[in-house]
Design a protein around this ligand. Structure first.
Ligand SMILES: Nc1ncnc2c1ncn2[C@@H]1O[C@H](COP(=O)(O)OP(=O)(O)OP(=O)(O)O)[C@@H](O)[C@H]1O
Length: 256
């Protein structure tokens, strides 16, 4: 299926304390695209993604204006349950998402709330755990897993809702190189639209053909990740730094 998956138009937002975080954000992400959201601390990245399923915005405090559509549905108060099924958020800290006695219970929580029961629920949970390679850990308590495994289970809790859009906040943070690579393989194999906040620029290059660069509540660049990272003036102007010796032009990008 093609067509826009996320469409944001003239999005403006100020927190209840008056702090303006978004100053008119416009972008569209097509279905199945993988897009990195880059930018320095305080650029507005989290504020933007929290709008995508109505956690923030005029519906939930603060003042704002603009238009958000997910899968062609306008984000209005009356569509919030539908939008929240379409947009799955994976937070930076998996422990914010895991609170049940076992991995299976955590992954079942969302679909059970949707009304799934019995074999249908079991199949849904198994499918999500297979997607992240954690099917052999279904009966384990999440706090007995490694951080990398907990992050994969957090992704599974969201995938079990069969979202159209998967939004990840810093998916590679605190992962060792092997876990980082395993997660990249999992994410690149998913059939979803993916929007990923990251300060890990090589990870953005590896996973996302396209990047949006935010600063001061605005999108200041939108293009191929490789081109953005190779633009030294752009990078310096927005306080982004590649690891020492890393040449974005010498690394193969995502195969799509
Ligand atoms: N709950 C809040 N109340 C008031 N201001 C906030 C709140 N959360 C964020 N802000 C402000 O909004 C602006 C954007 O913050 P945001 O967290 O969206 O940036 P970010 O790009 O995600 O940063 P980081 O990379 O550090 O996570 C900042 O100036 C921040 O101080």
């Amino acid at each position: 299926m093609s067509g826009p998956s996320i469409h944001v138009e003239r999005l403006v937002f100020a927190y209840p304390d008056g702090r303006q975080a978004l100053f008119g954000v416009d972008f569209t992400v097509q279905r199945g695209e993988r897009v990195a959201l880059l930018g320095p601390n305080g650029a507005g990245k989290t504020t933007l993604v929290l709008h995508l399923n109505g956690i923030l915005g005029s519906v939930a405090g603060g003042t704002g204006s603009g238009r958000i559509q997910v899968g062609g549905t306008d984000l209005h108060r009356e569509h919030l349950p539908a939008i929240r099924r379409k947009v799955g958020l994976v937070f930076q800290d998996p422990d914010d998402q895991l609170f049940m006695p076992t991995v299976r219970d955590d992954v079942a929580f969302g679909p059970a709330n949707l009304g799934l029961r019995g074999a249908e629920l079991r199949d849904r949970v198994h499918e999500a755990l297979v997607q992240v390679g954690m099917q052999d850990h279904a009966d384990v308590a999440p706090h007995h897993l490694s951080f990398g495994q907990r992050r994969r289970v957090a992704v599974a809790t969201v995938l079990a809702m069969r979202p159209e859009v998967l939004v990840l906040d810093e998916p590679s943070s605190n992962l060792d190189p092997a876990s980082r690579r395993e997660l990249a393989d999992i994410l690149s194999g998913l059939d979803v639209t993916l929007l990923m906040i990251t300060h890990d620029l090589p990870y953005a290059l590896q996973l996302c053909e396209r990047s949006l660069l935010m600063d001061d509540g605005r999108i200041v660049a939108d293009g191929k990740t490789r081109d953005l990272l190779a633009d030294q003036a752009l990078m310096a102007a927005h306080r982004l730094e590649l690891p020492y010796g890393f040449d974005p032009l010498s690394v193969p990008g995502p195969e799509r």
